[in-house]
Design a protein around this ligand. Structure first.
Ligand code: ADP
Ligand code: VHF
Length: 375
């Protein structure tokens, strides 16, 4: 649990809550966004890629429409979000443009994460944006999300974004300086928890409270988000968004906020556990010796260039066996491509993939996050 380790994280998801984005419901917080963006520009100059998850659509819509209270009727909430999302998106767009950085608005629903194909589409889009040096600004697609399928809070959405972008750090900025031993709004004795392992028992008691009037989640959903991120081996920092140079301080390894450390065994993701439990593969990829070594000895992803032939019929996201030249199963994983495309890509180098497919494609046939070694 050494904060200096955070300096090596190269892809961050930064989630910012409604109260910060609207100055506690007073006005859209343009100067605060400008300060975070200046720090994002500084992080990028150090080689850190950044994905923003920005709340605030409902709160900004309430301001525009002059609504004194958060509507409890779903259609009105969704309508307020539709109004406010324009403000939120343009706020980020203008602030990033000052640093010559392009922004992209990405609105997601729960279905996009639950459906494997839509999940892969969202992942490819985010990856393309990052490749172009664009900062994706993600929010829930509040207008279409129905009550049953809402992420419901952007903390959970941020954890999903970590997975979608294969990020290696989640930073949640909020109106408190981190997680306290109890809700500091009600308990003046509450103490800030600095560093904790994700399964630290203190956290359960601490995160009981609900959120403020503008946001939804409170600390409970922030802890849940950190737990989801930890399943991908990703640690989470929860810190005060109004703290001076807070993002740079995190990158410098300063002990700001609460750092929830993912355990070593958290490195096997839920998906990997799911893969480990599957026995039936619908396809077989034959690997050359270089690919065998890349998987077994170097812990790498499987690239099309190391695949010599493909057996079976499968869709993107299906489970396939990776076999070496002797026919021995050395790994199992989820294919990024269907069997037809996988066949076309046999022996193809990463730089030729787009040309062979006639569209942008993933560099990996099976990403190492979706791959487990052994029969
Ligand atoms: N143990 C705790 N430590 C810190 N804040 C807590 C705790 N329990 C509940 N909270 C509340 O969570 C709020 C932050 O959650 P929320 O209002 O959803 O913020 P955001 O809009 O940033 O997502 C804080 O204002 C605080 O009152
Ligand atoms: N999609 C909603 C998110 C609401 C929400 O989760 O807010 P918060 O708890 O402040 O992150 C909005 O933009 O208003």
């Amino acid at each position: 649990m050494n904060r200096a380790d955070l300096a090596s994280r190269r892809r961050w998801v930064i989630k910012i809550g409604s109260s910060l984005l609207t100055d506690n419901g007073q006005a859209v917080a343009a100067s605060a966004v400008a300060r975070w963006v200046a720090q994002i520009a500084a992080l990028r100059a150090r080689g850190v890629e950044v994905v923003v998850v920005s709340s605030g659509a409902v709160a900004a819509g309430m301001l525009r429409l002059g609504l004194g209270q958060r509507p409890d009727n779903l259609s009105q909430l969704q309508a307020a979000a539709a109004v406010g999302q324009l403000d939120i998106a343009s706020l980020w767009d203008r602030a990033l443009a000052v640093h010559q950085i392009n922004a992209a608005q990405v609105l997601l629903t729960h279905e996009d994460a639950a459906d494997r194909q839509r999940y892969l589409n969202a992942r490819n889009t985010l990856r393309a944006l990052l490749d172009w040096g664009v900062v994706p600004v993600i929010n829930e697609n509040d207008t279409v999300a129905s009550d049953e399928i809402r992420f419901g809070d952007n903390d959970t959405l941020a954890a999903v974004a970590v997975d979608l972008c294969s990020a290696d750090l989640l930073v949640i900025l909020t109106d408190q300086q981190g997680i306290y031993s109890s809700d500091p709004r009600f308990d003046p004795q509450a103490e800030l928890i600095g560093d904790a392992s994700i399964d630290d028992e203190r956290l359960v008691a601490a995160a009981g409270g609900s959120g403020g009037t503008l946001g939804r989640g409170g600390m409970k959903t922030k802890l849940q988000a950190a737990q989801i991120a930890a399943r991908s081996g990703v640690s989470t920092v929860i810190a005060g968004g109004s703290l001076d140079e807070v993002l740079v301080a995190v990158a410098d390894g300063h002990p700001v906020g609460t750092c929830l450390w993912a355990g070593e065994d958290g490195r096997m993701t839920a998906r990997k556990r799911w893969i480990a439990a599957q026995r039936r593969a619908v396809g077989k990829l034959w690997l050359d010796d270089g690919a065998r070594e890349a998987l077994l000895d170097k812990g790498r992803s499987l690239l099309p260039v190391g695949v010599t032939s493909v057996e079976g019929r499968f869709a993107p996201g299906d489970l396939v066996h990776c076999v070496d030249a002797s026919g021995q199963v050395i790994a199992r994983g989820l294919s990024n491509y269907d069997s037809e495309d996988a066949r076309r890509l046999c022996g193809v180098t990463s730089t030729q993939i787009n040309q062979v497919l006639g569209r942008p494609g993933e560099p990996e046939l099976v990403h190492r996050n979706n791959l487990i070694l052994g029969a």
